[in-house]
Design a protein around this ligand. Structure first.
Ligand SMILES: [Zn+2]
Length: 68
């Protein structure tokens, strides 16, 4: 195997691992729609199931808060 082929193989494996991880993160997550307590802008956040309170920052004003 040439050096070039070995590097390509390593890059492919890393890419695969990253794709698998991103899929695993997405699976089982629930989307929560909530309203910012400061400016009232609607925010869509994702949370792990069973997680009571999710901390997030408003996309409009950046206010950090917890969604129920
Ligand atoms: Zn806000």
């Amino acid at each position: 195997m040439s050096k070039q082929a070995m590097r390509e193989e390593a890059e492919r494996l890393i890419k695969e691992a990253m794709e698998k991880r991103s899929v695993a993160v997405k699976q089982g997550q629930t989307r929560i729609e909530t309203k910012c307590g400061k400016c009232g802008a609607p925010n869509r956040i994702s949370a792990a199931p069973g997680q009571g309170r999710v901390e997030y920052a408003c996309k409009e004003c950046g206010h950090k808060q917890k969604a129920l």
